[in-house]
Design a protein around this ligand. Structure first.
Ligand code: DGI
Ligand code: FE
Ligand code: FE
Length: 194
């Protein structure tokens, strides 16, 4: 399906504020992709669809994940994690996207995962720092992002994990594994210090 058509469908599906956020993620993801050597067209497509399922009912997300997603572990954790895999299912089934790199960037945009690709990092980080975002700590995450994808993501995930723990919520183990992975990658790239 042509990107213009997908854009129209996503805009129809989302409340205004979420559509504005989505356009911010598209812009930020394309810029990060160019900066860090990922494919900016793939970044655009993944960013455009990343929150497509955000306002689906729990039932609809669960049905799509059970029907179309190989890994259903996420269903045992916070419902906020479900819209990524649900949107990946929609991208594949409704929008006929077959590129697994794009699908993974949509699928893991909230949780992150061990071994995440540069494209996955780009979309996940863009989601934290796009210019419409305004939450406590966003400036710190933006400043870390200037140091590199891993640095920005570690700061973002640290904030999310701290929030979840403070609220007494469960943590999806893949998020912890993602953070450990990013720390190792950052150290390997920077000769041992974070
Ligand atoms: O959809 P957005 O609001 O743009 O952002 P998102 O997809 O990154 O985040 C959705 C929320 O999911 C985030 O604010 C925290 C929540 N969440 C719940 N459990 C977990 C989690 N996020 C991560 N990374 N890991 C969890 O286990
Ligand atoms: Fe999201
Ligand atoms: Fe988002």
């Amino acid at each position: 399906m042509k990107i213009e058509l997908i854009r129209r469908e996503v805009e129809k599906e989302l409340p205004r504020k979420r559509w504005v956020h989505t356009m911010g993620v598209v812009q930020s993801a394309m810029q990060l992709a160019r900066q860090h050597g990922a494919d900016s067209e793939k970044a655009e497509l993944a960013a455009l669809l990343h929150d497509y399922a955000k306002y689906w009912t729990a039932d609809k997300m669960e049905t799509m994940i059970r029907k179309y997603e190989a890994d259903q572990d996420v269903l045992h954790y916070e419902i906020e994690l479900w819209h990524g895999p649900a949107a990946a299912a929609a991208a594949r089934i409704q929008f006929q996207i077959t590129d697994s790199a794009v699908l993974d960037a949509i699928r893991y945009h909230t949780s992150g995962r061990v071994g995440m690709s540069t494209l996955e990092k780009v979309v996940c980080l863009a989601d934290y720092i796009e210019h419409n975002r305004d939450y406590d700590g966003v400036e710190h995450i933006r400043a870390c992002a200037e140091q590199g994808l891993e640095c920005g993501l570690i700061a973002g995930l640290d904030q999310t994990l701290t929030f979840l723990i403070r609220k007494g919520k469960k943590v999806f183990p893949q998020t912890i594994l993602a953070r450990n992975f990013l720390i190792d990658e950052w150290k390997a790239r920077n000769g041992g210090s974070l």
